[in-house]
Design a protein around this ligand. Structure first.
Ligand code: SF4
Length: 436
């Protein structure tokens, strides 16, 4: 007997039905991020993030936009085939028939059968069969992580090992996304489009650039409208982004005289093999300095970031941030002469854009280790230490020997943590502070 519809994963089926009806990207992105998609959590989330920027998940999969090991690539391709089969179901099929077809295409009955048969047993006369408790399993570490790594995964681990465990080892909770995340996605997308038209910003194009970036922001936010809960929030965030984008153009125009550059790439795939461990990511922008020919790696930041070059270097030194070191090594391995690492803050529409710029030096001078300047240097040995640490952490996480993932010591890490409800041992919040 087939499992009744009530035992099917309802939200997955609802998203699949909506995808069938509308062909919209949003239900499709929900599908690939679901545990029922047949695609690993990490890969599904990576493709969903990519597709939010490009707007076409199936095209991204067809184009193999993410470099994946063979098994994971096959999973993603199978997902795309299944999604297309759902769309091809005739539109006059009854709702119940549609749900059965969805279940069949995604092989949901196999998944649901366990729940159904458990339900059947408990329903049989209401009798409970007593059984001997199985012997406890011997204690063992959490199964080793055998997929690719990313700098953001290691950043999560550095912030709180327990958070890494919940997000990556358990895939415990689907991140529902937030307006802040949608803002970031849309603004990244707008800048990606903008620099396709303006790889060499110039004062000659001042008015045209301002017009174009306004269009890019409008269009990018329209494509991400679903990420905002209310129309008011959407409007407020669009206005914030438009103001920030104009400040960004102000900064580009200053750069033309101070340090002219050409944009060589946007959303550049960063693949790196670190002693047998695959690392993947995307670099927001790659620049070539027109005077020195050196390559600059640029990361846009729409959340909070370090306030000075010294503060960011300190995070790298304490192994709290691996993003720019990872990009450095990925592009160096690709043959670039990387001379500059840049973080561009795009969070506050009321402030001028003042990027954190780190020149790569043989040895960072002492004076760049302190102070409030946004310009500084990072030493090669610091980048090398960061690389060594990435290898150590990836070895550790893939070893299968980790028995306990410690909670954060800093309660600030818990403020926006999706897993706070489940995390019984999280540090207590800091006491309220009263001004005198
Ligand atoms: S609530 Fe805090 S301690 Fe627990 S997983 Fe989240 S960040 Fe870590």
């Amino acid at each position: 007997m087939a499992p009744p519809e009530s035992t099917l994963p309802q939200s997955f089926v609802a998203d699949a039905a909506q995808w069938h009806r509308s062909g919209g990207e949003e239900p499709l992105l929900n599908l690939i991020r679901s545990p029922y998609s047949g695609v690993g959590h990490d890969v599904g989330a990576a493709y969903a993030t990519l597709a939010r920027r490009t707007g076409a998940l199936l095209d991204a999969i067809d184009g193999g936009r993410l470099a994946l090991p063979l098994a994971e690539r096959d999973e993603v391709l199978r997902f795309a085939r299944r999604a297309r089969r759902i769309r091809a179901i005739p539109h006059d099929v009854e709702e119940e028939g549609l749900h059965s077809l969805i279940a069949e295409i995604f092989e949901l009955p196999k998944i649901a059968a366990r729940a159904f048969h458990a339900h059947e047993r408990s329903a049989a006369g209401g009798q409970i069969e007593l059984a001997q408790a199985p012997p406890p399993e011997p204690r063992a570490g959490v199964e080793g992580w055998q997929r690719h790594f990313s700098a953001s995964a290691l950043n999560a681990y550095a912030e709180c090992a327990r958070k890494w465990f919940y997000r990556y080892a358990c895939a415990a909770v689907e991140d529902p996304g937030s307006a802040a995340a949608a803002y970031g996605t849309a603004l990244h997308l707008a800048l990606e489009d903008f620099h396709a038209d303006y790889p060499r910003p110039s004062a000659r194009d001042d008015a045209a650039m301002r017009r174009r970036i306004r269009e890019c922001v409008t269009w990018a936010f329209e494509r991400n409208r679903d990420g905002f809960e209310t129309a008011v929030e959407f409007e407020l965030q669009v206005r914030r982004a438009q103001r920030t984008a104009q400040r960004y153009v102000d900064w580009l125009l200053v750069q033309e005289t101070e340090a002219p550059f050409e944009v060589l790439g946007r959303e550049v795939a960063a693949d790196l093999d670190l002693e047998g461990r695959a690392f993947v990511g995307f670099i927001d922008r790659l620049d070539r300095d027109e005077r020195s020919g050196g390559i600059g790696v640029v990361d846009y930041k729409t959340g909070s970031i370090a306030m000075s070059a010294a503060e960011y270097c300190d995070k790298v030194r304490r192994f709290r941030d691996f993003q720019l070191p990872f990009y450095y090594w990925a592009r160096t391995a690709a043959g670039d002469r990387v001379t500059k690492l840049v973080l561009i803050p795009l969070r506050d529409a009321l402030l001028d854009v003042r990027p954190i710029v780190l020149d790569v030096a043989e040895r960072a001078p002492e004076r760049s280790r302190n102070g409030k300047s946004v310009r500084g240097s990072i030493g090669l040995e610091e980048l090398q230490r960061s690389r060594t640490r990435m290898i150590e952490l990836s070895d550790r996480l893939s070893s299968g020997d980790v028995g306990a993932f410690e909670v954060a010591t800093d309660p600030a890490a818990c403020a926006f943590c999706n897993y706070a409800t489940a995390c019984a041992r999280r540090p207590p919040p800091e006491g309220r502070r009263f001004g005198s």
